[in-house]
Design a protein around this ligand. Sequence first.
Ligand code: 13P
Length: 250
Amino acid sequence: MPRKALIAANWKMFKTPAEAKAFVAAFLPLVAGHTRDEIALFPSPVLLPAVIEAAKGSNVAIGAQNIHFAEEGAFTGETSLNQLQAVGGTHTLIGHSERRQYFAETDEIVNKKLHAALKHGIVPVVCVGEVLADREAGKTADVLKTQIAGAFVGITAEAAKPIVIAYEPVWAIGTGKTATPEIAVDAHKIIRAEVAKLLGAETAANVRILYGGSVKPDNAKTLLGQEEIDGALVGGASLKPDSFAAIVKY
Ligand code: 13P
């Protein structure tokens, strides 16, 4: 079975509830009836109830940008999986490079979050990617393998079924510097091979690997047209309904 692409919007720390609702109202008609790809929005936690309400009954899923691995507890500023589920969220990003870079998220934390999301039946989008210095030092493959192996500790092939991976080269995020399709495809192959090594060929063949990093309406087709690329995780260009819809409908 071919892998169904997932086109996802990571809004990062942008939008008020009113702006988020206006986005959804404008966006839904633009993608109504679109079934070729799955579509998901990842707003800030404070926006989740408004966005979930606005998208109810549509073909657009809603998830969190981050979750805590604990069930509940004294973790000021964090959001639990129970809280996400209680408001109707179905997906979560895990280990985005901005979380790794600014909030000291390690592969070990990513692994704990992955276990917790799977236990709750929340679809995890595990983000991996090398920084420019890694790429320039020829360490891209090592970094990707380490991040994948670290994320997947203790995960079985059966449990791994819902997992989505996003390859986001850090040097391409918010920089306008997109990875060429060749660079992205190479990285995806490295990631898929690592998944095969850890969990077998079938899991590797089924896992969706998204590309993220300066995806725009004008480069979406070239990237998403590659067999190895199973969707996109879009930052800046996902903030406007017409631009994100153009990417969805590349
Ligand atoms: P940009 O699309 O703004 O480069 O962001 C990519 C990203 O980090 C998505 O998670």
